[in-house]
Design a protein around this ligand. Structure first.
Ligand SMILES: [Fe+2]
Length: 241
């Protein structure tokens, strides 16, 4: 499998601050970004899989999509509050890259804002026209994310690895865990794990709070399998943990 996180011609990474690597930010970011890349690649097809007027399914799919959006915004919020200000302060030479990433976050937020009212109307009506517009807007968001989620890893995270301590990096991830409802996190954990290569799932899993890990083994894995089967009928269910 080729690595998605590679720089393209013409792209330049932020200058590396001197000093040793202090945290494993690049690795952590890759793992969570793989989930969002997968989710938004699937989103347009999920919308189109709902037959006009089938409001039971539009409600089910719409709820999942709204949780993807919530997770994405919270992920960016954690970075905006706890990662980029520290990077800008400790590595002033990265200012241009910081501004580019924050600008991409704003672009994502605008698209998510545009999705919200469309999705609400579509959930209520499963109207074909609204669904078409919704699917199209999710395609636009996916396109923006294919660039942003890749470039944040390739251009910015190597610098972050050298300015944030492991404890500070943990706080960035913790922001998401604390902000999102634990039950919600539990019910999507299987998808997050499944989006990652086998070797990295365990490393991601151990970063989850212990109660979430225990509950995943008891109920979360089943929730994942059931939800996947409902969303993608007939597809084999990808391995999680
Ligand atoms: Fe990120």
């Amino acid at each position: 499998m080729t690595d998605f996180f590679v720089m393209k011609p013409g792209e330049t990474a932020a200058p590396l601050p001197p000093g040793p690597v202090l945290c494993a930010g690049s690795a952590d970011m890759r793992r969570i970004h793989r989930f969002f890349l997968w989710a938004y690649e699937e989103a347009p097809g999920l919308v189109r899989s709902v037959k006009p007027g089938d409001t039971a399914r539009s409600a089910e799919v719409g709820d999942v999509l709204s949780n993807f959006d919530k997770g994405l915004l919270v992920h960016h919020e954690g970075e905006d509050l706890l990662m980029y200000p520290t990077l800008a302060e400790r590595a002033p030479a990265c200012a241009l890259h910081v501004e580019q990433m924050l600008q991409q976050h704003r672009q994502v937020a605008e698209l998510v804002d545009a999705l919200e009212p469309l999705r609400t109307r579509w959930i209520e009506t499963a109207d074909a026209g609204v669904g078409g517009e919704l699917a199209h807007t999710y395609e636009d968001l996916s396109t923006v994310l294919q660039t942003h989620l890749r470039r944040e890893v390739t251009e910015v995270m190597p610098a972050v690895d050298r300015v944030l301590t492991e404890a500070e990096l943990t706080k960035v991830g913790q922001h998401g865990i604390d902000t999102l409802d634990r039950k919600l996190l539990l019910s999507y954990l299987g998808m997050i794990l499944a989006a990652n290569p086998e070797g990295e799932r365990k490393e991601l899993f151990v970063q989850m709070p212990l109660p979430v890990r225990i509950l995943y083994r008891v109920v979360g894995r089943r929730m994942y399998r059931r939800r996947y089967a409902d969303l993608f009928p007939g597809r084999p269910i990808p391995a999680a943990l």
